[in-house]
Ligand binder design. Structure first.
Ligand SMILES: CC(C)(COP(=O)(O)OP(=O)(O)OC[C@H]1O[C@@H](n2cnc3c(N)ncnc32)[C@H](O)[C@@H]1O)[C@@H](O)C(=O)NCCC(=O)NCCS
Ligand SMILES: Nc1ncnc2c1ncn2[C@@H]1O[C@H](COP(=O)(O)OP(=O)(O)OP(=O)(O)O)[C@@H](O)[C@H]1O
Length: 205
């Protein structure tokens, strides 16, 4: 496991991927929880079978892969179904994340996760960085990206920590209300701090 891990979190459409790309450009290994969530439900994985048994074979595409759009609709319309899915997937996602972090060789690593705090993945990290922006801008960007209805995005946001509660958990905040250049220069500043913190941690061991 990389010795110093920074958790990068924020609500749907906040700009986590954009921030993560900027860290990658600086040579930092990024492990993405949404990627791990895809790995654990690939064809042939036991979790995919359990999902098909619980929700019915309708949640599979003809190829046998998960129909993610269908499952997305089902779980964000009913809290109990979302909780069932999370209870199945979160422990598997955590193990996948740990494996990926173990192979990180950069001076520090980033764990990018929309549910870093909600799912307890923050126990895997030394520091929490929150990507923040006003909710209306978050909704507008998330809708534009996925051509999703605002109501769908609001439902997903309702399943995530409210903005203020997330900010209370932050060691660092990336303000993503302005353009990408502004985000990238904030990432550069944090990167320099993280290099120092990672070095201090190594020296103390
Ligand atoms: C419901 C699923 C199939 C929808 O898939 P889809 O490809 O449409 O979306 P994707 O996985 O790319 O997620 C997009 C965004 O939705 C939000 N989101 C996803 N799952 C959740 C959840 N359980 N609670 C709140 N927000 C969520 C996140 O902001 C995420 O970045 C998928 O999100 C899923 O399997 N979710 C449960 C696993 C999970 O909690 N993943 C989040 C990372 S730990
Ligand atoms: N500073 C910015 N200015 C304008 N558009 C931006 C900015 N940052 C991100 N975006 C755009 O907003 C959308 C959401 O950003 P991004 O995909 O990085 O968010 P995310 O937090 O990773 O979302 P999710 O949780 O859904 O994976 C994308 O279309 C992205 O290109």
């Amino acid at each position: 496991m990389a010795q110093y891990i920074v958790g990068l979190t924020g609500g749907i459409g906040s700009g986590k991927s954009a921030a993560a790309d900027a860290f990658r450009q600086l040579g930092i290994k990024v492990v993405d929880a949404d990627w791990a969530a895809r790995v654990v439900v690939q064809r042939g994985q036991p979790a995919l079978e359990q999902i098909a048994t619980h929700f019915g074979a309708d949640v599979l595409l003809e190829s046998g892969e998960l129909d993610r759009a269908k499952l997305r609709k089902l779980v964000f319309e009913q809290d109990s179904e979302r909780r069932w899915l999370e209870a199945l997937l979160h422990p598997l996602i955590r193990e996948e994340i740990k494996l990926a972090l173990e192979s990180a060789t950069s001076p520090y690593a980033i764990l990018e996760s929309p549910l870093l705090i909600e799912s307890g993945q923050d126990t895997l990290v030394q520091r929490t960085c929150v990507v923040d922006l006003p909710e209306e801008l978050q909704i507008a960007r998330a809708c534009a990206r996925d051509s999703n209805a605002p109501e769908q995005i609001r439902r997903i946001m309702a399943a995530q920590l409210p903005r203020q509660e997330r900010l209370q958990q932050a060691d660092d905040v990336l303000d993503n209300a302005a353009d990408r250049a502004s985000l990238e220069s904030q990432v550069q500043t944090l990167h320099e701090q993280y290099l120092q913190l990672a070095q201090l941690t190594r020296q103390q061991q």
